[in-house]
Design a binder for this molecule. Sequence first.
Ligand code: AHR
Length: 495
Amino acid sequence: THAQNTATLQADKPQQVISKHIYGHFAEHLGRCIYGGMYVGDTSRVPNTAGVRNDVIAALKKLQIPNLRWPGGCFADTYHWKDGIGPKAQRPKIVNVWWGGVTEDNSFGTHDFLNMCELLGTEPYLAGNVGSGTVQELADWVQYVNFGGESPMSKLRVENGRKEPWKVKFWGVGNEAWGCGGNFTPEYYSDTYRKYATFMSDWTNTGGLFRIASGSNSADYNWTEVLMKNIPNNMLSGLALHHYSVIKWDKKGPSTTFTEEQYFQTMKSALFMDSLITKHVRIMDKYDPKKNVALVVDEWGGWYDVEPGTNPGFLFQQNTMRDAMIAGATLNIFHNHSDRVRMANLAQVVNVLQSVILTEGDKMLLTPTYHVLDMYKVHQDATLLPLNIKTNNYTFGNESLPAVSASASKDKAGVTHVSLTNVHATQAQEVTINIEGGQYKTVTGTVLSSAKLQDYNTFAQPNKIQPAAFKGASLKGNTLTVKMQPFSVVVLELK
Ligand code: AHR
């Protein structure tokens, strides 16, 4: 039996475009994300293009990742970009102080990253060093990658083998300035931001840099208040926000052998994103009622204990159906807030935290999270349609969460997509969607589900969890009925 839920889809009330940049990713110099996961070097036996794994390039191209953030994270505020240019043998070796104290040989630097973005067909998002760098260093980086004319930095770039500038639009001005980025107060960071932003000139002549201020740690609303008050809107394109789905920072629990209670607590943290965004947006609206400044959720995802036997500084974790639930529900939240949330980055793309790809030697697998993003990519740059849902509760102990989350959009070809996530661990859900202001003739769909919440893909069984054709939807007149299994994600196509 299925629990009943009702919803209304307003097919004739198109809202804003859901920016494709909500589907961004994040690659830090952390553990095996860059080294081993994406970059193996051009002498590796793993098939590669200019040192970047061919299997990873193909998988990420299929996902149509719109942007990629680099080189951190906490690493960004320790990174001196000039260490990563010029002949590789001459690059200094440094210690990665945040992540495992390992040697960083700087063999993957600015050229390697920006050329990789070209291979992936994705837009780079560079995170500048504010914590331990200088204004001049960051201004030089902008000039180095963006200036086409003659200048000291563009000359250096040409000497290093790249004639045309890359024209990088997205720039982070520091990372987690309240923590690893320098333990700033919001007042001091606002002033610092203004100074850095002033000297990060637009060398691209392509409409200006998109400068993103380091944002709040989850529910630190004062951080948002002070930044919005102190930084003029015209100096700020985006304000960041970081929120991880974590049970407790000192007791995160295992990635695969979790209990239902741990699952529930993770989902509670994930679904908190909704009220978190609502409250930050309320503050932003006060200072920027026209919504010129984007809210950029540039770190999000599930965070658990590392896999037993792996380096605790490498943040390597497996990815189960729980992660699929986080991804499906969070993306629905982003869509429904896409008038303000116009960019986001899942942490992190390969082998770190909630990854879409895991690698081991020359092997690669796609996680359940990958499949959710692949199913949902139809929403990229599509127009949001209002979809209001009245859903059952998923109750555990004496706490409750909404069981089903949903969002809808219409793409450029006029096709409507509805994505639904049932996070309930044990109860199937039937959703009756009443369609207003439109008529559809057919419904087809794709589903991601598995026998157990704790299921995941392994290198031995990489396709245990993968999308399948969905048979649970039927359309009669203006009534669309969707029957969802417990912990499943569905994307429907209406024509
Ligand atoms: O994504 C891992 C780390 O989490 C990032 O380096 C940092 O910004 C955040 O604390």
